[in-house]
Design a protein around this ligand. Structure first.
Ligand code: GTR
Length: 414
């Protein structure tokens, strides 16, 4: 088990080696314009909100499920939530933290996942909530020693292992700032839902369901992670401190991909934030810039449904592109963010996809992104659809969080 955990964690850091063969030459990007998301598979153009919601939107959801992320089971597994620890003086007294164990049961099996919530102590009424996975366990987001290890990390026998060090990803979670601005944060380790490795399925939540275990459209890790975010939302919605109409889902990189898919399917997420999500997330696949469908499906065969690998080195035959995933967020708020040095994730492709959702937002009388010219670094565009590119590498930084909170302040009229 320890070896598997280490191998899985190593996949988080192997970007540079893989990046070498990718195309970074804009001149080699195939000439194409992203398809109008309002045009259906039968060639008809939808012109009303009703037609979009009844015809085109379900058609796109179906295509994305069948060909990219796999079909999410309709059946439910039994889920229980148990408060295992509460600390009214977390973050130096700024917040109350609650650690809640989720137990999923189905097909005679059981899985556990541990969420942690930070709730602002200074609050008038219910607060808006950021929901997002962490990569390295709940113990990695702050050095607070009362935080329990996420079940995935709890199994590591060597308690001196560097992956059990506290606070190693705290720079990605400016908890004090977020709580000071009046937001709650709820996070959980994504590995609790699906261990991020090629043979992770058997230990994931997937075997708890009777359906969608086989075939080209079977759901895999991204589908499972998206499903897990909705189970976090189920809990949040029932909390007396939470404003259930003000839920923002945030995800970085592979978790950005999962957040977009969760946001597309679960309309309780009023704001959907993709931080450097790249290929299979916000970036247009047909540009084949940076990471490609071929690269991603070979490196991470457990992320997408098997059907997606048909488009390896063959992106132009895709019957959709990622802007159509983003368009499914409409009329809710969408934020796509890139980093200048993160060419692997194709910042231009992320921008163009966010921009290409405009016709769908326009149908609702809302302003997406108007210009097809990318804004300069550190000059966010924030309409109903938002975009920024910041200096630096593939990461989640304070700068990113500041923009997300400004955007949510507007969305939630704070
Ligand atoms: C890389 C992968 C990207 C991105 C990233 C991450 O290895 O190629 O698609 O998801 O990992 O999640 O940090």
């Amino acid at each position: 088990m320890r070896i598997l955990v280490t191998v899985a964690l190593l996949t988080l850091f192997c970007v540079p080696a893989m990046a070498q063969e990718a195309n970074y030459d804009e001149a080699k990007v195939p000439a194409f314009t992203p398809a109008d998301p309002l045009v259906c598979a039968d060639g008809k153009h939808v012109n009303t909100i009703k037609e979009w919601e009844r015809k085109r939107r379900p058609e796109l959801l179906g295509l994305l499920a069948e060909q990219e992320y796999g079909r999410t089971p309709k059946g439910r597994v039994k889920t229980s939530y148990e408060l295992v620890q509460e600390n009214p003086q977390a973050l130096g007294g700024l917040a109350t933290s609650q650690q809640v164990m989720l137990t999923f049961k189905g097909q005679g099996q059981e899985r556990k996942a541990l969420l942690i919530a930070f709730i602002p102590n200074q609050r008038k009424g219910r607060v808006p909530v950021f929901i997002g996975y962490n990569f390295m366990g709940n113990h990695s987001i702050t050095s607070d020693s009362t935080i329990l290890y996420s079940p995935y990390f709890e199994q590591i026998a060597d308690k001196e292992s560097p992956v059990l060090k506290r606070g190693i990803q705290s720079s990605r979670w400016p908890l004090e700032d977020i709580v000071r601005r009046g937001y709650a944060v709820v996070t959980m380790c994504y590995q609790d839902i699906f261990p991020d490795r090629a043979d992770g399925t058997s230990e994931s939540i997937i075997p708890l369901f009777p359906e969608n275990q086989d075939g080209d459209s079977r759901w895999q890790a991204l589908g499972a992670w998206a499903w897990g975010s909705s189970r976090i939302a189920d809990w949040v919605q029932r909390q007396p401190w939470a404003n259930a109409r003000q839920l923002a889902i945030i995800g970085h990189s592979r978790q950005g991909k999962a957040a977009l898919w969760a946001g597309a399917q679960d309309e309780r997420f009023q704001v959907v934030i993709s931080n450097n999500s790249g290929c299979g997330g916000a970036a247009l696949s047909k540009r084949a810039y940076g990471e490609t469908v071929g690269r991603i499906t070979r490196s991470f065969p457990h992320w997408f449904c098997p059907a997606f690998s048909r488009y390896a080195e063959n992106e132009q035959t895709l019957p959709f592109d990622q802007h159509e995933l983003l368009a499914l967020i409409a009329p809710r708020r969408l934020y796509v963010a890139s980093a200048e040095e993160d060419r692997w994730a194709d910042p231009r492709g992320e921008f163009l996809a966010a921009q290409a959702t405009a016709p769908v937002y326009a149908l609702y009388g809302l302003k997406g992104i108007e210009s097809i010219d990318m804004p300069p670094v550190h000059q966010p565009i924030q309409n109903q659809v938002a975009y920024h590119i910041r200096a630096g590498k593939h990461d989640v930084t304070d700068y990113d969080w500041q923009q997300y909170m400004d955007f949510c302040d507007k969305a939630f009229e704070k």
